[in-house]
Design a protein. Structure first.
Length: 560
């Protein structure tokens, strides 16, 4: 049974036997003593990384490092005394020998080379792996990508995508051990020392060059950055100032003060029309003012800080916070009052009124009855007039036409308002004169019902063949799809007969073997030929279907 210890190498933890630990510790101390103080830390870090790789390969499923594992590390990296001999031989070598030794035939691993990179170091890494000149490797990739623009056999997109995949998949050479594996060099002490020195030198030169470039251009960079920031904050500040100013003017408009100092908005008059309770009116005015004023303050504050960052506005946060608390309290009170008013008119009440239309004409004329409103009635929001006792509300006239098998037309007035258990008190000045129907552009109801939202619709029920004609193009919205369908198909249906493109077809139930066409009776077979000879475009009528119902004096015409 051996005593074990826990150690850390290059950020990795290992369990090692005590005897092996003593041997490894002495070895690391000997290596550090053979290095110069300026390079010792960097080189020893790379050596420890290499040791971690060797230990992981040696351990396999084992968990404890033994003396044999340490010996393997020493053999691969080198003993300190051998290292000194190698250094003496290294310095005594000629230039020609150095040139010969620049080519290595060891097993290479594929990495991205950050030292010689242009774009991510993929080509540099591939050049090391294949032993090819890096310029030639880049030229090959560039030629293949350009050929893809002119030939179908090669796709430039695929080449670029492959390069990006290699960029993502290939690891970047970061440690001295990685660079040695990339170049196929033995990962021993001398090579680790040499490569670590190169990495440190490369990092220092890169940092120094970046610093020099920055120092040379620092005044221009600072001026450019400052100019861009100033332009940005002035633009944003102007935008915030515009919003803040608009909201500020709107907040004062709540009191009936416009941007031109005029009181044309009549806010209080309109508010007083709906709210007779002065306390509730004050509540709504204050809530409307704060709803606009608080955001106006916030936007103006931000605009001032953007234009003049050094400007100090004391207690601004406390003021906005206090106003926000007041707004919350007013909103709660207004919400409670709104629920109170809403609960008074729960549900919906609806009444219908049928008005007969006595006329012998085959058409109805739709007109507008321009209601006269007394001069003492004042106008308010939502297109209403009132004298405090009754209200005239503008009606956007909508007439739905229904066609049925009836003789006389009639009109249905559909009156609706909120408040299921409250009666409807609506005066609709509808006028009917002969075949002319005049719909009122205003209807009247009591002032006490101003919160009930009165609505009015019309349903005009007419015989199937009756024509509907609007005398005014604007002001009346008529929904008559049935008439459009009949007119478009060229078919007109009347009592006991059908007119198709001007040709009259009728049927006598007492004579089932004949059909009357244009007031002449024809046998059934001959009638079919007559129908073919008439100027009827069956394609235009979309597959006309004529059905004769036995026992009834009518012909049913349908189009599919």
């Amino acid at each position: 049974m051996n005593k074990t210890l826990s150690i850390g190498l290059a950020g990795f933890s290992f369990i090692i036997e005590e005897h092996a630990y003593i041997k490894l510790s002495d070895y690391l101390s000997a290596l550090r003593n053979s290095l110069e103080a300026s390079e010792a830390d960097e080189v020893m870090h790379d050596i420890e990384i290499r040791m971690v790789e060797i230990f992981k390969d040696s351990l396999g499923k084992r968990e404890v490092i033994n003396a044999e594992d340490v010996d393997r590390v020493v053999n691969q990296i080198g003993r300190p005394e051998v290292i000194e001999e190698q250094e003496e031989a290294y310095y005594s070598q000629t230039t020609s020998n150095k040139t010969k030794n620049t080519t290595y035939n060891g097993q290479r691993q594929l990495f991205r080379d950050p030292e010689r990179q242009k774009i991510a170091g993929v080509c540099a890494g591939l050049a090391h792996y294949t032993g090819m000149d890096i310029t030639l490797m880049r030229a090959i990739w560039l030629i293949i990508a350009i050929l893809g623009l002119f030939t179908a056999a090669i796709s430039t997109t695929v080449v670029v995508l492959l390069y990006i995949i290699l960029w993502i998949v290939l690891p970047k050479a970061e440690t001295a051990s990685d660079f040695l594996k990339m170049k196929g060099k033995p990962v021993n002490f001398d090579n680790l020392k040499e490569e670590s020195t190169k990495i440190v030198q490369f990092a220092n030169e890169s940092t120094q060059r970046v610093g020099e470039i920055y120092n040379e251009n620092k005044p221009y960079i600072n001026r450019a950055g400052s100019s861009i920031w100033n332009v940005f904050r002035y633009i944003v500040g102007a935008f915030f100032a515009f919003i803040g100013g608009s909201l500020l003017l709107s907040s004062f408009a709540v009191f009936g003060v416009s941007a031109f100092g005029s009181g044309d908005i009549n806010f209080f008059d309109n508010l007083g029309f709906y709210l007779q309770d002065s306390n509730l009116g004050f509540l709504v005015v204050a809530l409307g003012f704060l709803t606009l004023f608080i955001p106006a303050l916030i936007f103006c504050y931000i605009a001032i800080k953007l234009f003049s960052p050094k400007t100090k506005l004391n207690n601004t946060g406390y003021v906005i916070g206090a106003l926000a608390l007041i707004w919350i309290a007013l909103s709660s009170a207004a919400g409670f009052s709104a629920l109170k008013y809403k609960s008074q008119y729960s549900g919906e009440n609806e009444e219908t009124q049928n008005v007969a239309i006595t006329t012998e004409s085959d058409s109805l004329l739709l007109d507008i009855n321009k209601v006269t409103i007394p001069a003492n009635f004042k106008s308010y929001w939502d297109d209403v007039y009132s004298d405090g006792k009754s209200i005239f509300k503008e009606d956007h006239i909508y007439v739905e036409v229904k066609r049925e098998d009836i003789k006389e037309p009639y009109i249905v007035l559909k009156k609706r308002a909120d408040g299921y258990n409250h009666p409807l008190n609506m005066d609709v000045p509808l006028k009917i004169s002969g075949n002319t129907i005049s719909f009122p552009n205003y209807f009247r109801y009591d002032y006490k019902d101003r919160f009930r939202d009165y609505r009015l619709d019309y349903e005009l029920v007419v015989p199937r063949t009756m024509k509907i004609i609007k005398l005014k193009e604007w002001g009346i919205n008529v929904d008559d799809e049935s008439e459009e369908s009949i007119n478009n198909s060229g078919i007109q249906i009347e009592k006991d007969k059908v007119i198709i493109n001007g040709q009259t077809i009728s049927y006598d139930s007492n004579d089932k073997d004949s059909i009357i066409i244009n007031d002449r009776k024809y046998p059934k077979a001959q009638a079919e030929k007559m129908l073919d000879s008439l100027n009827i475009d069956l394609d235009e009528m979309k597959n006309l279907n004529i059905q004769i119902n036995n026992g009834e004096k009518e012909i049913s015409i349908k189009t599919k």
